[in-house]
Design a protein around this ligand. Sequence first.
Ligand code: UDP
Length: 311
Amino acid sequence: MKVFVTGGAGFIGSHFIDLLMDKDHEVICMDNLITGNSQNLSRFQSNKRFTFLQQDVTKPIEVEGPIDYVLHFASPASPVDYLTYPIPTLKVGSLGTHNALGLAKAKKAKFLLASTSEVYGDPLVSPQPESYWGNVNPIGPRGVYDEAKRFAEAITLAYHRSHRIDTKIARIFNTYGPRMRKEDGRAVPNFITQALKGEPLTVYGEGNQTRSFCFISDLIQGLSRLMESPLNEPVNLGNPEEMTILELAQKIIHLTQCKSKIEWRPLPTDDPKQRRPDISKAQRELKWKPVVPLDEGLHLTIEDFRKRMKE
Ligand code: UDP
């Protein structure tokens, strides 16, 4: 297959390109590198099956020749990033998704949207099933990401219904693993970087808000099954093992064997109090569930960060 990947230089996009290249597909990657890193793809630089285009997907996309699949991963995804780039975040979710769908339509290609658990906002239902409509503040600081992704889902299903595009939508919950940027700002990379530097771990609020962390290899398997499935409507992909952020910080202190303390910081506005995927749909329809235990995934991630700290 010839696959077009937006945001392919980012954390999830680049791991997915590894899988596509392993399966002998041809890959065209488009990324403007505002939060992505071309180093993540450096091993494919001279591979004839791989093309990199440094371009913003909100600008019209022109590609010659056939394309079988469009995978739309492009977007800032860390709260720190989408607060730094509020307008690019809104544009990539709206105009960028429109362009990527237009490309899929022109090429009669299948389409996969990387959506997010943020469509549920600060959920009043837990765990969150796909049928839950969410509790989102449209004008809060996170609204730029949440609403862009909600729009992205709406336009994706409109293209499916109006233009018969074979679309897939993955609602991706918190995912972690090697290649996350040290300065990414999310809890796992922040805590690991702080622990390895011997600095205090910054826990926001009282640390009793919950998240459920999925290791990247599990997510990639789930995305791959979804890509090949006939499902057109959203599917949750994530790890249902829920924990508090304070527990996560303590676990990282333990696993890195560092002497760091906890430093308490104010809770950011609209920070969701709980988040846990109901993955029964993915289990039933994709025969998928995460298999990497948190300790093992964190260990692999810590080793990757340790190596990169020395660079
Ligand atoms: N968080 C924290 N300290 C940090 C970074 C994040 O306590 O240094 C908290 C944040 O307030 C949130 C949770 O960890 O409650 C997960 O945040 P993250 O940025 O990883 O992603 P989110 O799930 O909020 O999109």
